[in-house]
Design a protein around this ligand. Structure first.
Ligand SMILES: Nc1ncnc2c1ncn2[C@@H]1O[C@H](COP(=O)(O)OP(=O)(O)O)[C@@H](O)[C@H]1O
Ligand SMILES: [Mg+2]
Length: 361
């Protein structure tokens, strides 16, 4: 994979960044440049933002996005391993995940093993003494909606690697031996990638407590594959799982994702609004941040406010609409928690109620 020689900078919008001053939008998978570019295949000029070449149809399959950066043409897409393409290391998403700075520090220090693997293993010669364990495994555990899955994507972007997400449903097979086979195949296929086991609690459990022998062999296969993986493996769980001891030892850092503090919540609220969004000037961020909710609920609220504003053809996303969206979100949330609280909230406006929500859920 070629190193990216370009300056990547964050534009302030969680969903976009720039390369050498070109404003790139990015979905999780694809990137594109706004404005002028030339088709890499037929060199015709293409001007629309999410473009494909109208002359020859290149890029129409939506997998390829031709991007022209100061005279060079690159295609940033999933097929970077073909050599012609590359994936850019992009630290902007990592910056937008709001957790305590020391936890971020722990993560980037762990990733340093992968980033500096040539220095560490070849130049410093650690490959002679440490034959296995050149990859890094991370565990993100804690409350739902606190950014664990988001951080996994951010880690992949940070390293300029592809994220391969594995859910329990995909890998668990009722037939004995099939789960192990699938795990082994995954690691073999994605040697350099970031492999995410998202909410795969059943895979992580202690072997002593495993009921069936197939659970034991699953963990064994996983351990073996982890040791030989050169990329990054991320495990997320909403529970503080009783981790298998041998697995526990192989995890470089464990990061607990908690209910964000008021200060962090304020940052999450602010970061959720893209630069282009027509946000009213009178937003009381402190009031919004006083609600004890996770980033997941902040995201839901902001999206709700945006759709209400769009539906009503408002020219701005006002504080009033935001509060309305927050109230609806809190009510929906509380229906699962406490009927009385929901009833109170129905009468009260958000300013009056300082709700302590969602504690240690
Ligand atoms: N710490 C955070 N910083 C920024 N955004 C967050 C954070 N936590 C949650 N979010 C928002 O909530 C969404 C859902 O979070 P997610 O990563 O799926 O949580 P989890 O995997 O812990 O359940 C994210 O995509 C993001 O928009
Ligand atoms: Mg998740």
């Amino acid at each position: 994979m070629a190193n990216n020689p370009y300056e990547i900078s964050f534009t302030g919008n969680p969903f976009s960044y720039t390369i050498n001053g070109y404003d790139l939008g990015t979905s999780q998978k694809y990137s594109w440049v706004e404005g002028l570019a030339n088709c890499p295949k037929c060199a015709a000029e293409v001007t629309s933002s999410r473009f494909y070449c109208k002359e020859c149809g290149y890029g129409k399959d939506k997998k390829t996005k031709p991007v022209k950066v100061t005279g060079y043409e690159y295609v940033i897409n999933d097929e970077y391993e073909h050599g012609k393409y590359f994936r850019v290391a992009d630290k902007s998403l990592f910056e937008t995940v709001i957790i305590e700075p020391y936890k971020k520090q722990m993560i980037v220090e762990a990733l340093s093993l992968v980033e500096n693997s040539d220095l560490i293993f070849n130049q410093w010669g650690f490959k002679d003494t440490i034959e296995k364990g050149t990859g890094v495994s991370l565990l993100f555990h804690g409350l739902p909606g606190t950014g664990k899955t988001l951080m996994a994507q951010a880690v992949a972007d940070y390293l300029g690697k592809k994220l391969i997400t594995i859910t329990a449903a995909e890998v668990m097979d009722k037939y004995v031996g099939e789960t192990e086979k699938k795990i082994a195949e995954l690691f073999d296929k994605h040697k350099e990638d970031v492999i995410l086991f998202d909410e795969c609690d059943s895979l992580l459990g202690s072997r002593e407590r495993a009921r069936a022998s197939w659970e034991v062999s699953q963990v064994n296969v996983l351990l073996n594959k982890l040791e030989n993986h050169r990329g990054v493996t991320v495990f997320t769980t909403n529970h503080s799982t009783n981790l298998d001891k041998a697995l526990d030892r192989r995890i470089a850092v464990k990061v607990r994702f908690e209910m964000p503090s008021q200060e962090l919540r304020k940052q999450i609220w602010r970061r959720m609004f893209p630069k282009k969004a027509p946000l009213a000037a009178d937003i009381d961020w402190d009031l919004l941040a006083s609600y004890e909710i996770t980033g997941g609920y902040v995201k839901n609220t902001v999206l709700r406010a945006a759709r209400i504003a769009a539906f009503r053809k408002e020219t701005e996303i006002t504080f009033t609409v935001l509060k309305e969206a927050l109230k609806q979100e809190l009510m929906a949330l509380m229906e699962y928690e406490n009927v009385e609280q929901a009833a109170t909230a129905a009468q009260e406006t958000p300013e009056k109620e300082q709700l302590k929500l969602h504690q240690n859920r």
